[in-house]
Design a protein around this ligand. Structure first.
Ligand code: PGA
Length: 247
């Protein structure tokens, strides 16, 4: 089996002004010897500037969301084609904050994935259960269904990753146990194999939710963990590099 090339992606969420580009520069400097791929997903407005600044480095730039249409009357939205045009290479889709605050369903996420592929972007598709769902014993079933319904057939043979982010672990300092992470990642891997066949063994399954330098090595070396999607700790170069260097 070919091990997926790990990906550490920073999700800056709605944080970052032009002054924050200095952190991205420091990340690129420190990531020169990274053992995997490294990406920063800043607010959309910073993408062109960040792409320019990071050109020639090994740090990729991604968006945090994209509309399912390439263009049209969708006030305030940004399309995958626009992200690509601005220089992005990846895009986070279906983050739980968007699923919760903007009622993005699995079907909407799947359409966004199709739009990202059509634009030539590599999607990072997020899934994850709420605390109520975990406490009810439904975590595996909920995440399996999200994977099944959020990943369209067009992903077969394409570069993409899945990020398992338990909603209750995002921004809370809480994390699942290693055993819980491994159980979920094995389940996601099995679902990907059912959907896309053995070739999908190279699809990295990222873990996200309160990844910090002190817990990064334990999480990144767990079975079937192919990297991390990092929120808060990606905003400071020192913290983010602490995670990158734990690979
Ligand atoms: P966190 O966020 O690292 O701040 O918990 C992760 C995410 O939302 O992707």
């Amino acid at each position: 089996m070919t091990a997926p090339k790990p990906l550490i992606a920073g999700n800056w969420k709605m944080n970052g002004l032009r002054a924050s580009l200095a952190e991205a520069r420091a990340i690129a400097e420190g990531a020169r010897t990274a053992k995997g791929r490294v990406a920063i997903c800043p607010p959309a407005l910073l993408i062109p500037l960040m792409c320019e600044m990071l050109s020639g480095t090994n740090v990729l730039v991604g968006g945090q969301d994209a509309h399912w249409e390439a263009a049209g009357a969708f006030t305030g939205d940004v399309s995958a084609q626009m992200l690509k045009d601005a220089g992005a290479q990846l895009v986070i889709l279906g983050h739980s904050e968007r699923r919760a605050a903007y009622r993005e369903t699995d079907a909407i996420v799947a359409r966004k994935v199709q739009a990202a592929l059509a634009a030539g972007l590599e999607p990072i598709v997020c899934v994850g259960e709420t605390l109520d769902q975990r406490n009810a014993g439904d975590a595996l079933a909920v995440v399996t269904e999200q994977v099944r319904a959020s990943l369209p057939p067009e992903l077969a043979g394409q570069a993409f990753s899945v990020a398992y982010e338990p909603v209750w672990a995002i921004g809370t300092g809480l994390t699942p146990t290693t055993a819980e992470i491994e159980q979920m990642h094995r389940q996601v891997r099995a679902t990907l194999t059912t959907m896309f066949g053995a070739a999908s063994e190279t699809v990295p399954i990222l873990y996200g939710g309160s990844v910090k330098p002190p817990n990064a090595a334990g999480i990144l070396h767990a079975a079937e963990v192919g990297g991390a999607l990092v929120g808060g700790a990606s905003l400071k170069a020192e913290d983010f590099l602490g995670i990158v260097n734990a690979l």
